[in-house]
Design a protein around this ligand. Structure first.
Ligand code: CUA
Length: 349
């Protein structure tokens, strides 16, 4: 972001002796905005729609920087001429000063805003909107819930949560719905946000031009754990995706060890099964996420904690401590039952 840095080194430094000290925080801000490391920045696009959004952002930043610079120059000029009548260039010509105000205060902003609106409408809105019928290779249904995401692959039995697998370089039609309040599905590196509104089905294109993991986030305030309503999009080779979908569509692996068998018994006979589905068993609850292949996921509770045995045990023991406000109650299981349930779920690869 050279514009911002220049404003700290250029005319402002003459006017403000502290400008040099501002250079460090301004540079840090620029680095943050530019997206360092693996942050899910809009400015590191991995699809055409996301690239167009990023391009528009840079154009708007450039226009804003010019306006900002102009305002700073005017401010410096007025400070320099304080107490003396007239502008240094135009003397006492009030009519010219008035025309300058009309030009830069009304006409220039009008032209700039109309130009940005036309560019945004003509280029960005068209390419980031719902994909035309028949222009995508597959559909994935994503349902937002307080506070996780249910992911279905129509035409298959696969249902998962919070980790959306897609083939890279493939146009995907995302159908976005909600089961409760308004959420917003957003993968900054792949496309715009799309709201999930009660009673409506919205659609958005999901496309990744490179194999990789792209973080997504709910971007509409939806309650206490809105910030912990994240998800990942895993873009894979078509072969890896097909293999994943095949595994995901299969029913759950039966428990193998004695501890897992004991855990399955607790799960089916205690309250767990009334809220969760494990396909291939008698657990058919629909309140919480489908757990058929929970053991193969990287995270729990919509990317809140890693999916390891110790964290899984802690999550079942006291979910409200890990993610306050979520719909899962603490079940007061005996330590042995708790461990058995965790081991059973861990084995659901
Ligand atoms: Cu869901 Cu914010």
């Amino acid at each position: 972001m050279p514009e911002l840095r220049r404003s700290a080194r250029g005319p402002t430094r003459a006017a403000y002796p502290h400008a040099r000290r501002l250079a460090v925080p301004l540079t840090a801000l620029a680095l943050l905005a530019g997206g360092c490391g693996n942050s899910p920045s809009t400015l590191r696009p991995h699809s055409r729609p996301a690239r167009e959004i990023a391009d528009l952002w840079w154009w708007m930043l450039a226009a804003a920087a010019v306006v900002f610079l102009g305002a700073i120059v005017m401010l410096a000029l007025s400070w320099w001429r304080r107490g003396r009548p007239g502008l240094p260039v135009f003397g006492d010509r009030d009519d010219i000063a008035r025309r300058l105000v009309v030009l830069f205060g009304v006409l220039v902003p009008l032209v700039v805003l109309i130009a940005l609106f036309v560019v945004a409408d003509a280029l960005v809105v068209k390419d980031t909107g719902a994909p035309a019928r028949g222009s995508t290779a597959m559909t994935i249904e994503v349902t937002g819930r307080q506070w996780f995401w249910t992911v279905r692959y129509p035409g298959t039995r696969a249902i998962t949560a919070n980790e959306i697998h897609i083939p890279a370089n493939t146009r995907i039609n995302i159908v976005a719905r909600t089961a409760d309040v308004i959420h917003s599905f957003w993968v900054p590196q792949l496309n715009r946000k799309i709201d999930m509104i009660p009673g409506l089905s919205n659609r958005v294109l999901l496309y990744a031009n490179q194999i990789g993991r792209y973080r997504g986030q709910c971007s509409e305030f939806c309650g206490l754990e809105h910030a912990n309503m994240a998800f990942d999009v895993d873009a894979e080779t078509p072969a890896a995706f097909r293999a994943w979908l095949h595994r995901e569509a299969a029913p759950a692996t039966p428990p193998a060890t004695p501890a897992q068998k004991a855990g399955a018994d607790v799960f089916m006979n205690d309250q767990c099964a009334s809220c969760h589905t494990i396909r291939g068993t008698s657990a058919r609850g629909l309140v919480g996420p489908d757990l058929t292949h929970l053991g193969s996921r990287r995270t729990l509770a919509a990317l809140t904690i890693p999916n390891r045995l110790s964290e899984l045990r802690e999550w079942i023991r006291d979910p409200q401590h890990v993610k306050p406000g979520n719909k899962m109650p603490g079940l007061n299981l005996a330590p042995r039952d708790l461990d058995a349930v965790a081991r059973y779920l861990e084995g659901l690869k």
